[in-house]
Design a protein around this ligand. Structure first.
Ligand code: MN
Length: 290
């Protein structure tokens, strides 16, 4: 067996999501933001939703507020219509992403635009530094064809939502998302059976890998650990991550962000630095200032 490389990334801990319900009764799996893993700075929540049963998603997420952070919705199957109280509206389709900076606040709805079929995707919450929490709301929304695809090695295809990686020909592929506060990496990697890929994570970022199809070995040598479908691996150690797909291949969400290291005061859809700011968010929302 090859010796462990001194700068290799290893799995620090594995976390399994828990069944949860949110919005008007949408069934989902909460992977970050529950008791087992309340947060992973700067990430506050990761929900996976995936069901063929319309009764699990039809009620959707009617009007609700957000303040102080970003919500990132990445669709795999199904269509979701969003509308906010500032007149913004859009339709998320399979393979598309909406990176919403709630900033000082908005009220929006996220409702399925289908009455049958499969609804599947992820929502990630990314914190904002105190200086940006009261910024103007902003949307970065990209249709599937605007998300670049890289093939770093044979048998590996990576959709680059945020961050960058080197393609096989040495060309750097950049995701369309711009967020200097946390410089996020957000990759959707599909590995064919038995194929391996090494990726250098941004230095100093917190990172996780969430396997959502098949299974994969993460890390090198004696430290490699098997990660099953629906398991999240918190990554640590060095920056060079090796992923090797199992016999059925693997599909992995690989996410990293620069930690903010600021106090977090959160309740429901409001995430601020102090309790006083949190109370102010409730007052502002109730008085219609979102
Ligand atoms: Mn929302």
């Amino acid at each position: 067996m090859a010796p462990t490389r001194f700068d290799s990334t290893r799995v620090v801990r594995k976390v399994r999501g828990r069944a949860a319900s949110d919005g008007a009764g949408v069934k989902l799996t909460r992977v970050i933001g529950g008791q087992e893993l309340p947060d992973l700075d700067p990430f506050l929540l990761l929900d996976e939703f995936g069901t063929d049963r319309p009764e699990d998603y039809l009620a959707g997420f009617p009007d609700h507020p957000h303040r102080g952070f970003e919500t990132v919705t990445y669709m795999l199957d199904g269509r979701m219509r969003h509308r906010d109280n500032h007149g913004n509206e859009g339709l998320l389709v399979p393979g598309g992403v909406q990176w919403m900076t709630a900033g000082r606040g908005l009220v929006h709805s996220e409702m399925p635009e289908q009455e049958a079929g499969r609804m599947r995707g992820f929502q990630l919450w990314v914190n904002l530094p105190g200086r940006d929490k009261m910024s103007e709301p902003r949307y970065q929304e990209f249709a599937p064809e605007r998300i670049p695809v890289a093939h770093p090695v044979d048998g590996v295809e990576v959709r680059v939502v945020a961050g960058e990686l080197a393609d096989r020909d040495g060309r750097q592929v950049h995701g369309p998302i711009d967020q200097p506060a946390t410089s996020p990496l957000y990759l959707d990697a599909t590995l064919d059976a038995g194929m391996a890929w090494e990726h250098r994570l941004p230095e100093g970022h917190n990172a996780f890998a969430y396997v959502f199809e098949g299974e994969a070995m993460l890390g090198t040598g004696d430290e490699a650990r098997a990660v099953a479908s629906q398991e999240l691996a918190i990554l640590g150690g060095g920056d060079l991550l090796r992923i090797e797909a199992g016999a059925a291949g693997a599909r992995v969400l690989l996410v990293a962000g620069r930690p903010l290291r600021e106090p977090v005061a959160r309740h429901g859809p409001f995430v601020m630095n102090t309790r006083q700011e949190l109370m102010q968010a409730f007052v502002d929302f109730q008085e219609g200032r979102f």
